[in-house]
Design a protein around this ligand. Structure first.
Ligand code: ZN
Length: 539
């Protein structure tokens, strides 16, 4: 009953009467989740609450009451029940997307859930104006809008308010999922504050399934409004546009220009897309077949010399992204691609600063992209495959059924300090081994182990591209032995060290010193002695 004087003043009969009335006016469904409420089965587990909170001027009056499951009311994501209802719906959309194929929801999912993204839009564009009708919605009136030309790029565009049935999400130019700021935007629009920027979209007349209006910017604002029931959205539409120019402009906005904060993993993914785009353009410029891969990374750099620096980044992004998104990668579920690092032990940045900076060759190759591909010895392919295999070994030995997702990665050492019994030894060990400064130190020795192995069989190799040479099979047993003996070290489950050694964030050199001497730079004995790498790989 909370703060409601009105509800507290009701007799039991009057209260039941109000419950019944709300139940039938809501057609028997919970105001927040929309699922049925059973007046007998759920008796004692239903809440009556203010739709508009009293704190913001809602009335303590039957017209401002709604009936909900009490669990829905307890876990609501906003004080205003109308906003809470919208966010509950988005949570369902998000859960469905993740159940579907393990991805995060984007504008496309929101549009489809609202009956949008159904039709292409045929636009008749003359020099100065464009005409179209919403025939599939039985609205045959012809709209005429002016066509503008972007002065510098000379790209043509129009402004229009389009029904959501004609709007589609472009997940190639904009591969970002909808983030956690959606709730704030829903509240903003719910308070009747206007949308400040229009969404950006484009279409191509050569689109095989008909010209689709594809939204590539402004998806959060669009999604928030669609969830609030908006059926038409204002958009700036590039006419018969070159998607590559838009992709490049949007990528630059989120990377080099820093106009929008893209997560690193998203930047890499866009870079990968741009890499394949340039490959495509290179073939066209040279008159090569559509599947030709007989040219090298160096050839691409030379060909696109106007952007050779960016080209080099796309090449490396492609190498990184193909590892991160390899379907066989079992380490991936332990990586927080959003970079916030509260549930998962590894942030994407940590993976870049360790695995990728240690093991990916950072320069361009002179061999053809398809060099030795059939034999399985293609350098980039070997590199990707062997890094993924190493990541899988690490996931299998140190993380899977060790790291407990329900315990998470948030303030683990603090919780250990305060005697939190829910943190198991296995979880604590997995968490500590994945801390960036610790991982950096022990993962670095992998390079040492590879060098020994090649030296033992007399194989010449270049250290900076060691993952591009096929590893002999016994080397994988060496890695495994190394991980197993690393895992056995008592330091990872020593809870007394939560305040000292593991208390603050140490630098890389701190842990290198520990592994080399058994002691911290301050002289505290932490390990039995220096790491004996040779012994570790043979055990
Ligand atoms: Zn409910």
């Amino acid at each position: 009953l909370g703060a409601s004087l009105y509800l507290r003043g009701l007799t039991a009969d009057q209260f039941q009467d109000l419950t019944n009335k709300l139940w039938s006016s809501q057609h028997g469904n919970c105001f927040i989740c929309g699922q049925p409420m059973d007046l007998t089965v759920h008796a004692g587990h239903l809440d009556i609450d203010h739709v508009e909170p009293l704190a913001v001027g809602g009335k303590d009056d039957p017209l401002n009451f709604a009936l909900t499951h009490d669990s829905c009311n307890r876990s609501k994501q906003a004080a205003d029940l109308r906003v809470a209802r919208v966010l509950a719906r988005f949570s369902r959309i998000r859960a469905a997307a993740s159940l579907d194929d393990g991805r995060s929801a984007n504008l496309g999912d929101v549009l489809k859930d609202s009956g949008g993204s159904k039709y292409p839009l045929v636009v008749q564009d003359a020099v100065e104006e464009a005409r179209f009708a919403f025939s599939q919605l039985s609205d045959e009136s012809v709209r005429t809008v002016p066509i503008y030309k972007d002065t510098l790029s000379e790209m043509r565009y129009l402004f229009a308010e389009l029904p959501i049935e004609y709007l589609h999400h472009d997940d190639r130019i904009n591969p970002r999922p909808i983030g956690s700021n959606l709730g704030g935007l829903v509240e903003e629009f719910h308070r009747k504050l206007p949308q400040l920027h229009v969404a950006l979209a484009w279409y191509s007349k050569s689109d095989e399934s008909g010209p689709k209006i594809k939204v590539f910017d402004g998806q959060h604002k669009a999604a928030a409004q669609v969830l609030l029931g908006v059926r038409r959205l204002p958009v700036r539409v590039f006419i018969d546009a070159d998607p590559d120019a838009l992709l490049t402009a949007n990528t630059h906005a989120g990377t080099t220009l820093r106009q929008v904060a893209f997560d690193k993993s998203i930047q890499r993914h866009l870079g990968n897309t741009l890499f394949w785009d340039r490959v495509q353009r290179f073939r066209k410029d040279r008159g090569l077949a559509e599947d030709d891969l007989s040219f090298s990374e160096r050839d691409l750099m030379r060909h696109f010399k106007g952007e050779f620096r960016a080209m080099k980044r796309y090449i490396l992004d492609a190498a990184r992204d193909s590892i991160t998104n390899d379907p066989e990668n079992r380490l991936r579920p332990f990586i927080d691609l959003g970079g916030r690092k509260t549930e998962r032990p590894l942030s994407y940045s940590t993976v870049e600063r360790t695995f990728y900076s240690f093991f990916i060759y950072q320069d361009v190759l002179d061999t053809a992209l398809d060099f030795e591909y059939e034999s399985g010895l293609n350098p980039r392919d070997l590199e990707r495959g062997q890094i993924v295999r190493l990541m899988n070994l690490i996931a299998d030995k140190l993380l899977i059924s060790e790291f407990d997702p329900s315990s998470g990665a948030y303030r683990v050492e603090n919780r250990v300090q305060s005697g939190d019994d829910d943190i198991t030894d296995a979880h604590l060990r997995a968490y500590r081994l994945m801390r960036e400064e610790i991982l950096y130190a022990w993962l670095g020795y992998i390079k040492q182990i590879v060098s020994w192995s090649f030296a033992a069989i007399g194989k010449p190799f270049k250290a900076e591209r060691m993952f591009q040479y096929q590893f002999p099979e016994p080397l994988w047993s060496n890695f495994e032995n190394y991980l197993v003996s690393l895992k056995k070290m008592p330091v990872w489950v020593n809870r007394d060290l939560a305040t000292t050694v593991f208390g603050g964030k140490q630098n890389y050199a701190f842990w290198q010193q520990v592994f080399e001497s058994g002691k911290t730079p301050q002289g505290q004995q932490v390990l039995a002695g220096p790491l004996d790498l040779m012994k570790m790989v043979q055990e």
